[in-house]
Design a binder for this molecule. Structure first.
Ligand SMILES: NC(=O)c1ccc[n+]([C@@H]2O[C@H](COP(=O)([O-])OP(=O)(O)OC[C@H]3O[C@@H](n4cnc5c(N)ncnc54)[C@H](OP(=O)(O)O)[C@@H]3O)[C@@H](O)[C@H]2O)c1
Length: 380
């Protein structure tokens, strides 16, 4: 029986994780749940899974949830201390890190520092602090198990082979909803259009990141830290069908790929049951129904966010934290109709130029960079 803490339990990955848990009731117990505002869903989840602890975003939210839960014995915590308690002190063996954005960094670090294995969906924590998180994991003998479907694919293709035998990692990208749309029309893209991902159903932020291809840029940085492969040995290729979830090319020219239906329950389950595999009810991939698997190069002029991510990754230091914070601000502004879709990379470019790279050695220094970028972008 594995005891889980699920951070971001009300989100897309969080709810899929709870579906996996419900499908294997004898394998998992819920020690803690955490989210921010969605009290209605949290209440349902707490009643169903009876965790020791639940954490919400605010004190008011905590009071309201406590009132709603009546005599249910679950402890209700709130804010950053509540998140950290859920990550490190609720008796979990494995922490599912599925909060969106840089807000996931502190609880992910807390879980690792407390010696918990982490099933990592929150790619932003590796983007902004990959060296610190992976160094702490090594020091504590903690496993970081990828939840992102691409990284789960690579993890499976790497198996026992060390990174030394890898020529390159190839991340596949669907290309998002605007793969074939002319760039000249990007200024008129609405949030509604950008939120329609062709293959995956996900939270809003990662869906917009998929439309700009920033998601793939963040994944390049995530792959670099997870697998110890240099950034310039992580490539991206467009594969519109999202059937091949990613590939590893070895020094002898062999390419290993992992295939499956695009359903997050598969990589989530693998992270939860690793190193075992368990049967499940996810629809099978019927190869005979596939009409073709196609590939094309990324149009890097049309999707400049990908190169911005490579640039920040190669610069290192504070640059990935600047990239990430600026992207979070830009995505939120686009969703609130304050900037156009085409202005997302412009805003990120401005932030990278306005914040020259500097060395960062602690989580607090990284969070300070994050705050600085958000403050300065208020003037744009
Ligand atoms: N969705 C996917 O298929 C997918 C695939 C691969 C990787 N990922 C990655 O997984 C992460 C989560 O994505 P998602 O699509 O699941 O996002 P989502 O649907 O937007 O859910 C985000 C979750 O985080 C919680 N949250 C947000 N800010 C918080 C804060 N400050 N404190 C506590 N909880 C907070 C939300 O709580 P409320 O609901 O209460 O606001 C919600 O439970 C992202 O890093 C994303 O890139 C997602």
């Amino acid at each position: 029986m594995r005891r889980l803490a699920i951070l971001g339990s009300t989100g897309s990955v969080g709810t899929s994780t709870l579906e996996v848990v419900a499908a294997h009731p004898d394998s998992f117990q819920i020690a803690a749940l955490a989210a921010r505002d969605n009290l209605d869903l949290l209440e349902v989840q707490v009643r169903r899974h009876a965790p020791r602890l639940v954490s919400v975003g605010s004190e008011t939210g905590a009071r309201e949830l406590r009132r709603r839960l009546g005599r249910t014995p679950t402890e209700v915590a709130w804010g950053t201390p509540g998140l950290l308690q859920a990550a490190g002190d609720a008796g979990a063996d494995l922490v599912v890190s599925a909060i969106v954005g840089a807000a996931g960094l502190l609880p992910t670090m807390r879980a690792v520092a407390a010696g918990k294995d982490v099933a990592l969906a929150n790619k932003e924590s590796l983007v902004v602090a990959g060296d610190l998180v992976t160094a702490e994991a090594r020091a504590r003998g903690v496993r970081i198990l990828p939840v992102d479907s691409e990284h789960s694919a690579i993890f499976q293709c790497l198996a026992e082979s060390g990174a030394g035998q890898v020529r390159r990692i190839i991340l596949t990208a669907s290309g998002g909803p605007f793969r074939t749309r002319p760039r000249a029309t990007f200024a008129s893209i609405t949030p509604e259009e950008a939120l329609k991902h062709p293959n995956w159903s996900m939270g809003k932020k990662v869906t917009i990141d998929s439309a700009t291809l920033m998601n793939k840029g963040l994944e390049v940085i995530e792959a670099h830290w997870l697998f110890g492969v240099p950034v310039d040995q992580v490539d991206v290729i467009i594969h519109p069908q999202s059937i091949i979830h990613s590939l590893v090319e070895y020094v002898d020219g062999s390419l290993l790929a992992q295939l499956g239906v695009p359903d997050m329950r598969v990589p989530i389950q693998y992270a939860l049951t690793y190193p075992e595999r368990r049967p499940n009810a996810v629809p099978r991939l019927a190869l005979e129904t596939l009409t073709g698997l196609t590939f094309e190069a990324v149009d890097r002029e049309k999707f400049p966010c990908l190169d911005l991510a490579y640039e920040a990754a190669l610069a290192g230091g504070s640059a990935p934290a600047v990239l990430n914070a600026a992207n979070e601000v830009a995505v939120e502004r686009f969703l609130n109709r304050r900037i156009g879709f085409d202005e997302i990379p412009t805003l990120i470019r401005k932030a990278l130029d306005a914040h020259p790279r500097r060395a960062v050695g602690t989580v607090e220094e990284i969070l300070e960079v994050d705050r600085e970028v958000r403050r300065r972008l208020e003037d744009y």
